[in-house]
Design a protein around this ligand. Structure first.
Ligand code: GLU
Length: 441
């Protein structure tokens, strides 16, 4: 709160934080967005965000004036497009779910908040309307860290429905957990028969350096004419704006907090690279789109009582007992190297071996992956590894830990325990490759 005098003045003039105002102070005039008083700031100084982005504090003394130029709501209004059918363009559906790509900065709090309609997002990239005829459905508008398996099921159903009368589907999504959703869709959309292209933005559309425009445009091209029947993530391939990569949904991970090229294929090549003009270069073998559609089925079952545990030096294996006692059905462990956990530490209480054994004997499926991410786990190299696999833990080849988690939840939601354990280390949706080829350049 500002001082009582300032609050009274603002109230009299009907001005609220977020309004664009003109303030005359010390005979100088300033225009900008009125911000709420910072928690520990001077109560007697108004804080204004100037057009150049800087915040200044202005004292309201005798002779000072304040007037409103624009209401808060108006300053947040974004243009939106009207979606009209154009002859000869392919049909693409957009399943909009939220995230930064559907947000802009709220200058009141400095936080990012959701756009009102997905059509506002398309208005930022007018060229996109020459790529395809779009229809938009929005089953949810949330930050991706708030997603649960129920959202994955809802998105899978929306994508399947949309794919029945479109060449391809785009899914706009928050980037933080986009690779989990990509994995979930890869398993839930059995026999997917066209391109399902997840995309997002690391920087919101109102920033000069936003990646939203290029990601949307490249993804639209991929969904409109990509000759693939795959779920993948399409995002900036490098620091420049030259092209995007379309990466297999089970072989991709967010590997940087802020860079626009944060998503990388791990243990596999991107399926294709695509630029903003619609040039698509296929780089890896992929399932091809079937023009007759093919039989696609949504297999949405999911067992949420699965956990992902990270082993680290000195970690307490009793965490496994916690999950056993809570009735969990499966655990994926992120081990070290080729799939190790402590088996003979000096302090015997820190050995994970007995706890893993107990989990398997109690009916849980336990899967072993590596926190190295690149490369594969292999239970046959060291004696310690053999001891761990001897408990019945399944070594998950070159599967990413998050993908193994999502796969295990999906397997246990649709199959009996023994079958789920068998299928965990078998390739279903491109998540396991026979030989891992890694580019280390
Ligand atoms: N944490 C938010 C999310 O994942 C914003 C990040 C983003 O979209 O880039 O939805």
């Amino acid at each position: 709160m500002y001082s009582r005098e300032i609050e009274a003045l603002l109230q009299k003039k009907g001005i609220v934080p977020g309004d664009t105002v003109r303030v005359v102070s010390n005979r100088k005039s300033f225009e900008g967005v009125l911000l709420p008083r910072p928690e520990f700031g001077d109560q007697d100084a108004l804080v204004i965000k100037l057009k150049n982005g800087y915040n200044i504090g202005l004292e309201l003394k005798r002779g000072s004036k304040i007037e409103r130029l624009q209401r808060e709501k108006e300053s947040f209004a974004f243009p939106r497009v009207k979606l009209e059918k154009k002859e000869g363009l392919p049909d693409v559906a957009i399943v909009s779910t939220g995230g930064t790509i559907e947000s802009k900065v709220d200058y009141v709090t400095g936080a990012v908040h959701m756009l009102v309609e997905p059509e506002e997002m398309l208005a930022q990239v007018p060229e996109i309307l020459d790529v395809a005829n779009f229809k938009v459905v929005s089953p949810m508008r949330i930050a991706s860290e708030d997603m649960t398996y129920k959202n994955w099921q809802e998105i899978a159903r929306a994508v399947a429905k949309a794919l029945s009368d479109s060449h391809g589907v785009m899914v706009t999504h928050g980037t933080d957990t986009m690779h989990y959703t990509a994995a979930a869709l890869s398993f839930m959309l059995e026999g997917v028969n066209g391109p399902v292209v997840l995309t997002g933005a690391q920087r919101s559309v109102d920033r000069g350096s936003s990646d939203a425009f290029m990601n949307l445009l490249c993804s639209a091209h991929m969904a409109a004419k990509g000759n693939v029947a795959e779920v993948g993530i399409c995002m900036h391939a490098n620091a420049s704006d030259s092209y995007c990569n379309f990466m297999r949904g089970t072989k991709v991970r967010k590997l940087h907090t802020t860079r626009r090229d944060a998503f990388r294929s791990v243990n596999g090549r991107p399926i294709a690279r695509v630029d903003t003009h619609g040039n698509i270069e296929y780089m890896d073998e992929s399932r091809k789109r079937r023009s007759e559609g093919g039989r696609m089925r949504v297999v949405p079952g999911y067992e949420p009582r699965v956990a992902l545990l990270k082993f680290y030096p000195n970690s307490d294996p009793e965490i496994i007992d916690f999950y056993i006692d809570r009735g969990y059905k499966g655990i994926i462990i992120e081990g070290t190297g080729m799939g190790h956990v402590a088996v003979a530490p000096t302090d015997g209480k820190l050995s994970w071996l007995g706890h893993i054994k107990r989990a398997v004997e109690s009916g849980m499926v336990v899967g072993m992956t590596s926190q190295c991410l690149n490369g594969r786990v292999n239970a046959n190299v060291y004696r310690n590894l053999r001891l761990i696999s001897g408990t019945g833990a399944v070594y998950c080849e070159d599967m990413l830990p998050e993908v193994a988690l999502v796969k295990l939840g999906w397997l246990l939601g649709n199959h009996k325990r023994t079958e789920a354990a068998n299928l965990l280390a078998k390739n279903i949706a491109g998540e396991i490759t026979e030989r891992t080829e890694i580019d280390w350049d």
